[in-house]
Write a protein that binds this ligand. Structure first.
Ligand code: 13P
Ligand code: ZN
Ligand code: NA
Length: 275
C-alpha cells in the first residue's frame, strides 16, 4: 500500500504510524524485529548524517531488504532533508517519502522550497512532508520553538500541496529537562483547518499518554529517534564493560534486543489509542 493511503486509513481510525530512525544494521534490525513480532507497519527514516555514514545506496537498500526479510510493511523516508539536492538524490535512490525542512525559513521561502520538492516528487509518486513552526533541534534551547499557527498551516498546505506537515505544538528533539506539555487545543485547531497528515516530531521523552492524546486529536505520524540511540548505546556500554567476548555478532544483538523491547512499547502506544 502507498504511504499516503496508509496514513489516510490510520488517520480515520485515529491511530498513529511510528516512524523510527535507523543508523546502522543493528538499529534497523531492532526496529524490524519489533514490527515483525507485533505485525505492525513502520516508517524507516534516514537523516543526512545516517546517509553520509552508511552511503546512500547501502542505507536505502539495507532498509528495503530488511523490510522484505522481516516480512514487515514499511516505507523508507528522508528525515529533515535540508536541500533540494539531497531530496533529489533520495528520490533517485527510490525513497518512498521525503521531508524538506524549511522550518527555519520565512513563511514564503518555506512555501517556495516545499513547492519545488512537491513538484519534483510527483513523477516519482513519492510522499512529501514539510515543517511549519519550529521544533527545536537536538541540543538547542526549547525556547527557540515557534508554535505552528492554524491559519498559516492551512495556507501552507493549500499553497504547497504537501502531503504531510510537521507541527510545533510543544515537543523538541532529544530528551527534556522538564516533562513537556503538548498544546492539544492548538493541535485540534490545526487539524480542523487542514487535511494534510500531521506529524509529531521529537516524541522521545514525551509521556505515552500525551502522544496518544495527540493521536486522538489529529497526529498520525510519530517520529522517534533519540530513545532508540540511547537505549542501544547504554546497553552496548554495559555489555562491553562486563563482556570479554570480541565476537561482535554475539555482543551487538544484546543491545539490539533492547531496541526491540522499546519499539514494541512504542508500537503499542501508537496503535492502541482509546477514545
Ligand atoms: P526524538 O529524537 O526526540 O525522538 O525526535 C525524533 C524526530 O523528530 C526525528 O525527526
Ligand atoms: Zn524531527
Ligand atoms: Na524529544
Amino acid at each position: 500500500m502507498k504511504l499516503k493511503e496508509k496514513l489516510r486509513e490510520l488517520t480515520q481510525l485515529k491511530k498513529g504510524l511510528l516512524a523510527t530512525n535507523y543508523y546502522d544494521l543493528e538499529t534497523l534490525h531492532g526496529v524490524l524485529q519489533a514490527a515483525a513480532e507485533t505485525k505492525q507497519p513502520v516508517i524507516l527514516q534516514l537523516t543526512q548524517s545516517s546517509i553520509d555514514y552508511m552511503g546512500l545506496k547501502t542505507a536505502v537498500n539495507l532498509g528495503r531488504n530488511g523490510l522484505e526479510e522481516f516480512g514487515v510493511e514499511g516505507w523508507i523516508h528522508l528525515d529533515h532533508g535540508g536541500s533540494v539536492d539531497l531530496v533529489q538524490r533520495c528520490l533517485d535512490a527510490g525513497f518512498d517519502s521525503v521531508m524538506i525542512d524549511g522550518s527555519e525559513l520565512a513563511f514564503e521561502e518555506n512555501v517556495r522550497l516545499t513547492r519545488e520538492v512537491v513538484e519534483r516528487a510527483k513523477s516519482y509518486g513519492a510522499h512529501v512532508e514539510a515543517e511549519l513552526g519550529y521544533v527545536a533541534k537536538l541540543g538547542q534551547s526549547h525556547h527557540t520553538t515557534g508554535f505552528t499557527q492554524p491559519d498559516e498551516a492551512a495556507a501552507f498546505v493549500e499553497e504547497t500541496g504537501v502531503d504531510a506537515l510537521a507541527v510545533a505544538i510543544g515537543t523538541a528533539h532529544g530528551f527534556y529537562k522538564e516533562e513537556p506539555k503538548l498544546d492539544i487545543d492548538l493541535l485540534r485547531k490545526i487539524a480542523e483547518k487542514t487535511a494534510a497528515t500531521l506529524v509529531l516530531h521529537g516524541s522521545s521523552g514525551v509521556p505515552h499518554s500525551q502522544v496518544q492524546q495527540a493521536i486522538s486529536n489529529g497526529i498520525c505520524k510519530v517520529n522517534l529517534a533519540t530513545e532508540i540511540k540511547n537505549i542501544f548505546m547504554a546497553s552496548l556500554k554495559f555489555e562491553l564493560a562486563y563482556n570479554e567476548d570480541i565476537d561482535l555478532r554475539k555482543v551487538f544483538p544484546k543491545a539490539t534486543c533492547k531496541i526491540t523491547e522499546l519499539v514494541k512499547t512504542k508500537l503499542e502506544m501508537v496503535g492502541n489509542v482509546g477514545g
